[in-house]
Design a binder for this molecule. Structure first.
Ligand code: HAM
Length: 422
């Protein structure tokens, strides 16, 4: 038997209504904040991620699904949504649109060849937003508050917002220098990836999974001490506005994020719910001031975040929250005899055309089995259709919850039923 690839999953019909409910909330929140959807391809030229995400990151080095297409071009299944959104922003000259900033959201499958564990998959459904075209602490705060709105609208409470500033390029340069000095004398004790990161990008040593417990990790210099005045001021303004909004946060100087494009504000939303599992990050994001230029665009800046629906579902489970999904149907038609079956299918057509959810038995089962089926399909009302009903044009509509029955006309019962009672 052929099995599903490792690290992927089927979303079964019994679960899909949860996903649809979540997706609707995500879209609704974006509508409130005036973010518009962008849909980009699932694969892009490999170079987009190598340059955008960074060639010393784990994503690019170890986790990409890269293939050569029949035209001998290197393509990659997108591991994240920011680089594609920025590619499209540049290619479609959105920077010239009078409607600024450009506020985008996206949702779709992303692919990373990672070791499968709870909350970590090789194909996951990532939702994200990007606000491109302004550098202003207020837009940073807007993006963070959008993120929190999403999680709070599901009733989640055990949330912890971690924020940090990675500073501007000047501050980052200074910090990278300090990191090099810190790690250089003992770099021989680190993995080969870290050894090559020392020169190229020492910040990536900090999120190495292999050497996470090396004592030098704990004593590494702290970015906060290398922020220049402009970076400090920017970060202060972000923190101040968050506080005014009543959004609580923890400043986490170790938060450097695993992608190269970040400057200034970086943040992660963690779950503090018991039993969430080893990976507690629900969402992550930050400001990227160099990315657009790095991808040959104008000197515009942006900020955004990404989150997977899988981890949101884990958080809901950990906090014992049931989503108010509705998989009920309005009517179930129980039929007795061939003539009734055909007539029922005609009535079903009428009901569905008029916007009612309705179903019947297609397996020619006995009456008892059909009534069971009506229950299983969560019907609000059930109607028994036999020869006498067809002859008289009168039927009984049974409320499945109260078991009460009312008489109604076969050709208009849906208008006679009081749905408020169900
Ligand atoms: P990221 O931290 O790599 O950032 O991923 C963001 C979120 O995607 C994670 O917090 C997690 O919810 C989800 N995620 C990532 N990898 C997996 C996985 N293997 N399985 C399940 N969920 C996963 C980015 O992707 C940036 N593009 C975020 C961003 C947008 N920064 C600025 N704008």
């Amino acid at each position: 038997m052929i099995q599903i690839p490792r690290g992927t999953k089927d979303i079964l019909p019994t679960d899909s209504s949860k996903w649809q409910y979540i997706e609707e909330v995500l879209r609704e929140t974006c509508r409130n904040f005036n973010y518009k959807e962008i849909r980009t391809p699932i694969f892009e030229q490999t170079e987009l991620f190598v340059r955008g995400v960074g060639d010393t990151t784990d994503i690019v080095n170890k986790e990409m699904y890269t293939f050569t297409d029949k035209g001998d071009r290197s393509m990659t299944l997108r591991p994240e949504g920011t680089a594609p959104a920025v590619r499209s922003y540049i290619e479609n000259k959105m920077y010239g649109d009078p409607n600024q900033p450009i506020k985008l959201f996206y949702q779709g499958p992303m692919f990373r060849y990672e070791r499968q564990q709870k909350g970590r998959y090789r194909q996951f459904e990532q939702f994200g937003v990007e606000a491109i075209g302004v550098e202003d602490p207020l837009i940073d705060v807007e993006v963070i508050s959008l993120l929190l709105d999403i999680y709070k609208s599901f009733g989640l409470e055990k949330l912890e917002l971690h924020i940090n500033s990675i500073g501007d390029f000047e501050s980052r340069e200074e910090y990278q220098k300090a990191l090099r000095e810190h790690f250089a004398p003992s770099i021989g004790e680190f993995c080969s990836d870290c050894q090559s990161r020392l020169d190229k990008n020492p910040m990536r040593i900090l999120d190495c999974k292999t050497d996470a417990n090396h004592p030098l990790m704990k004593t590494a210099p702290n970015i906060q001490e290398y922020l220049n005045d402009a970076s400090k001021e920017y970060f202060e303004a972000v923190k101040e506005t968050l506080t005014k909004m009543g959004i609580g946060f923890v400043v986490d100087p170790n938060l450097v994020r695993g992608l190269d494009y970040y400057t200034h504000t970086a943040f992660e939303l963690m779950s503090s719910a018991e039993g969430f599992g080893a990976i507690t990050t629900l969402a992550g994001g930050g400001r990227y001031n160099g990315l657009i230029e790095m991808l040959d665009g104008p000197s515009e800046t942006g900020i955004g975040f990404g989150m997977s629906i899988e981890r949101l579902l884990l958080a809901l489970e950990a906090e014992g929250i049931e989503l108010p999904t509705d998989d009920t149907i309005d009517f179930y038609l129980v039929t007795m005899g061939e003539v009734a079956r055909t007539e029922a299918s005609v009535i079903l057509h009428r009901l569905r055309t008029n916007g009612y959810r309705a179903d019947m038995d297609y397996k020619a089962r006995g009456m008892k089995a059909q009534i069971k089926d009506a229950d299983r399909k969560k019907a609000k009302y059930m109607i028994v259709l036999g020869d006498s009903e067809l002859e008289s044009g009168k039927i009984h509509v049974r409320n499945m919850e109260t078991r009460e029955e009312v008489e109604a006309n076969l050709d208009s019962f849906e208008e006679e039923v009081n749905f408020d009672e169900a």
